[in-house]
Design a protein around this ligand. Structure first.
Ligand SMILES: [Fe+2]
Ligand SMILES: [Fe+2]
Length: 474
């Protein structure tokens, strides 16, 4: 169904036929705009940004490009088309009609899931609000803003569900989504990682590669939900989300490319020499990968979880690409987890498959994370260097699950507290690393020019040149 842009709130859910809901959302809209102006990208609100806006949810029309001032972006409500006679695809309710209204017994659980997902969307905009001031190019600045406006739209997606299906407490939760703020001492965002500022571009690319990919997997699980409006919302969010991970993957690839270029020119891979040349060396990049990957693993929750089992059993939350699995009930099977044993040993633990759902999703995430690693390593190999970037073990630096707080090296071996403390500066970004990365952050705002630490992209946006003026500053 096409999107109605004549409405104050663009939508493809026939909002005009439900006056009450329309009024409630029109009441929320100015509050959202106030939030955007206060806590969205600092500066640039009057700049013209080359953004894509969805005009329909099908392949043809979902990405229409044009110069837009960010506060004029048409945030709206877009659900994927409804599938006729859709049924719940897994768990104890498998085969029953998908729910078009919230079943009373799952109301609290569904509301929690939607609020938690909704909270991360504006949180990331808040975390990234100062980045524009140190953009490595106008191309990157535009990509940052595209990500930001779409995270704003994802907030709309969740707020619509709260307003449309959860009555008064839904409306209250929607208000709260604008009241909590990333890093706020009294009223922080729900998940810990979403309260840390992202104030350098290496962290931004790591965030869009690793954290947005966590988001992708959460959305993929919710796109299977028996609650049909949630499933359809998440399906469409996934199309937008793909671009965010593209920004991360290509951003890191361009950092690798630039490092390789200077390594070739100077004939050295000595980190100190490369830092003198203003480059992010591959060792530093590895430490950032270790940090970001391990923090994101915790977002999937504990390896064995009764909550996860309940979500699956009830049909609220499935596995990514549920259709790829043969068994959609998972009542008779188990999974083997590797957990800490006595002394320094590891041991196997059998848990019912339903309880291992978090771990199953985490493993799918790890596999997906490897795609970029493989591409970056190919660049390194092609340039003739014998260095390989890798993902640390899923046991490394965990704060949730059986490995929480356990001293483990990046390969997954159990080690002593002393060895862990000694290894830290080799495995994770040091204060000096962070200060160095910060020192590289200078703003480059001339069309086509790039900061010295990053290579230009292979191509521009929507077939435009790299030197196109993606953001017209005024
Ligand atoms: Fe999002
Ligand atoms: Fe995202």
């Amino acid at each position: 169904m096409g999107i109605d842009y004549k409405e104050r709130i663009p939508n493809n859910v026939d909002l005009g036929t439900d006056r009450r809901l329309q009024r409630a959302l029109e009441h929320w809209q100015p509050r959202f705009l106030d939030w955007w102006k206060d806590l969205g990208p600092e500066g640039f609100q009057t700049s013209d940004v080359y953004l894509r806006t969805a005009t329909s949810v099908d392949a043809k029309g979902w990405a229409t490009f044009g110069q837009v001032k960010m506060p004029d972006y048409r945030w709206g409500i877009f659900l994927a088309d409804r599938e006729q006679d859709r049924t719940v695809g897994f768990g104890d309710n498998m085969g029953k009609s998908a729910w078009q209204e919230v079943p009373g017994e799952f109301r609290a659980a569904l509301r929690n899931i939607i609020v938690t997902q909704g909270d991360t969307e504006p949180a990331s905009v808040e975390q990234q609000r100062l980045l524009g001031q140190t953009c490595p190019s106008l191309y990157d600045l535009r990509n940052l803003f595209q990500v930001n406006v779409e995270e704003g739209r994802h907030l709309w997606a969740m707020v619509y569900l709260l307003h449309a299906y959860f009555g008064r407490d839904g409306r209250e939760e929607a208000e709260e989504l604008l009241h909590r703020h990333s890093g706020d001492e009294d009223n922080p965002r729900i998940l810990g990682t979403f309260n840390e500022p992202i104030d350098d571009w290496l962290s931004f690319f790591m965030f869009t590669y690793f954290t947005d990919r966590d988001g992708k997997f959460q959305l993929k699980c919710l796109a299977e939900s028996g609650f049909d409006p949630l499933a359809r919302t998440c399906q469409f969010m996934l199309t937008e989300e793909a671009h965010h991970m593209f920004v991360g993957e290509t951003g890191i690839a361009r950092i690798v490319k630039r490092a390789l270029q200077v390594m070739k020119e100077t004939g050295t891979d000595d980190p100190e020499a490369l830092q003198k040349a203003g480059i992010i060396d591959l060792g530093l990049l590895q430490r950032y990968i270790n940090f970001w990957f391990s923090s994101c693993l915790d977002l999937f929750g504990s390896e064995s979880s009764s909550n996860a089992a309940t979500y699956f059993a009830t049909g609220i939350k499935g596995r990514p690409d549920e259709f790829m699995f043969e068994d959609h009930l998972c009542t008779e099977t188990s999974e083997t987890l590797v957990v800490p044993g006595d002394g320094m040993t590891v041991t196997d633990l059998e848990v019912p498959t339903r309880n291992a759902m978090n771990e199953i999703v985490r493993q799918a995430y790890v596999k997906d994370c490897m795609i970029g690693l493989t591409r970056w390593n190919r660049l390194i190999k092609k340039a003739g260097f014998d260095i390989e970037l890798s993902l640390p073990s899923t046991r490394f630096r965990r704060n949730i699950g059986p490995w929480a707080g356990m001293p483990v090296d990046p390969k997954g071996n159990r080690i002593s507290e002393e060895e862990y403390a000694a290894g830290g500066p080799h495995w994770l970004p040091t204060e000096a690393d962070r200060a160095y990365v910060k020192s590289l952050m200078v703003s480059v705002k001339e069309p086509g020019k790039m900061a010295g630490w990053i290579a230009p992209p292979d191509r521009g946006i929507n077939n435009l040149g790299i030197d196109y003026e993606y953001v017209v500053l005024h």
